[in-house]
Design a protein around this ligand. Structure first.
Ligand SMILES: [Zn+2]
Ligand SMILES: [Zn+2]
Length: 344
């Protein structure tokens, strides 16, 4: 029977069919970009711990099947109607910030990062675990020529989050900044903190990562299994900022006494467990606790430019798209060194 189909080659997609289900590799038609959107030929997509929200369905209102992925690097291969600021063939990335509504009170103040209706790739619409993806122009960041797609991808979530949190933390060059956790976020946090001119104390559990932490730019390594890390920080004068990257509220709580005067616990490691702190701990020394979420595409471009300038790079394990399930399991195991990236 001669049924003819439109001559569009199907593409490969790694999708989550429903909350909690295993990944499926399926074929789909290549999507068309709508008004104000572009289609990206994906070259690499990082596997982030926040992809658990898509995999397990813990984000309210998420619909299935859904393609995860918010660390996307690729090339624009088609422009939708009304797109003038971007061109075909341009290298672009998409991170956690998948588009704002431009109408809410935060957007009215130019605070797009805190848009009430923020769209997130891989949650609000299909993300980068696929060969082609459609994204609104509000989500696009240009990638500098000297950065490859595989090394750029993790900078679009893990990179921007650590870079942006640190540069808004209030720490000044020469200040003592501690980075808790030497993992996907922490290994980038140590590098950025070093390049920002801070005295960097890396805090890890066990001594395995001591040499690596020093190589990445830490001047002090604190093994929180062997020593009281808060006391160790106080001996160094107290931290101006502690960048808390490991998703352990207990570990974060234990560090608060390591903050110096006006010190800040900057929380980026996401968990649902409560951080424990007494009012006295905050009042003495005027300490604060703040959370931070990624940033806008303009922040992504700053991150990529800074990485290009200073040589900050993620450490990566790559997997082909077909092995998305394996790649995700590796990321979840906590044993990856340090970011897992899918290649198309
Ligand atoms: Zn992420
Ligand atoms: Zn908004």
């Amino acid at each position: 029977m001669a049924t003819t189909k439109v001559a569009i080659a199907p593409m490969k997609v790694a999708q989550v069919p429903k909350a909690g289900a295993d990944f499926q590799i399926v074929k789909r038609e290549i999507p068309k970009p709508g008004t104000g959107q572009v289609r990206i030929k994906v070259q690499a997509c990082g596997v982030c711990h926040s992809d658990v929200l898509t995999k397990e369905g813990s984000w309210p209102g998420i619909q299935y099947p859904r393609v995860p992925g918010h660390e996307v690097a690729g090339v624009i291969d088609e422009l939708g109607a009304g797109v003038s600021a971007w061109k075909q063939g341009q290298r672009v990335g998409v991170g956690w910030h998948g588009g704002q509504d431009n109408t809410c009170p935060s957007c009215g103040r130019g605070d797009f990062r805190n848009c009430r209706n923020l769209k997130i790739p891989g949650i609000s619409y299909d993300g980068g675990y696929q060969q082609y993806m459609v994204a609104p122009v509000e989500a696009l960041a240009a990638i500098p020529d000297s950065l490859g797609a595989v090394e750029a991808a993790p900078l679009l979530c893990a990179g921007i989050t650590t870079y942006n949190a640190l540069r808004h933390s209030g720490a000044m060059p020469g200040d003592l900044v501690a980075v808790q956790g030497i993992g996907g976020l922490g290994h980038l946090g140590i590098q950025f903190a070093n390049k920002f001119g801070y005295k960097v104390a890396a805090i890890g559990r066990g001594s395995e990562n001591a040499a690596l932490a020093k190589k990445l730019g830490a001047s002090v390594y604190i093994d929180s299994k062997a020593t009281n890390a808060a006391e160790a920080l106080q001996k160094l004068g107290g931290a101006r900022v502690i960048l808390a990257t490991a998703p352990s509220s207990k570990a974060m709580s234990e560090l608060i006494d390591g903050l110096g005067p006006n010190g800040k616990l900057m929380v980026i490691g996401a968990t649902f467990d409560p951080i424990e702190v007494t009012p006295i701990q905050l009042i003495s020394g005027s300490r604060t606790i703040q959370g931070w979420a990624a940033g806008t595409p303009a922040d992504s471009e700053d991150t990529l430019r800074f990485a290009e300038l200073t040589g900050v790079r993620p450490m990566i394990e790559t997997y082909p798209l077909e092995k998305a399930g394996e790649a995700y399991a590796r990321m979840m195991s906590g044993k990856a060194e340090f970011r897992v990236v899918l290649t198309m």
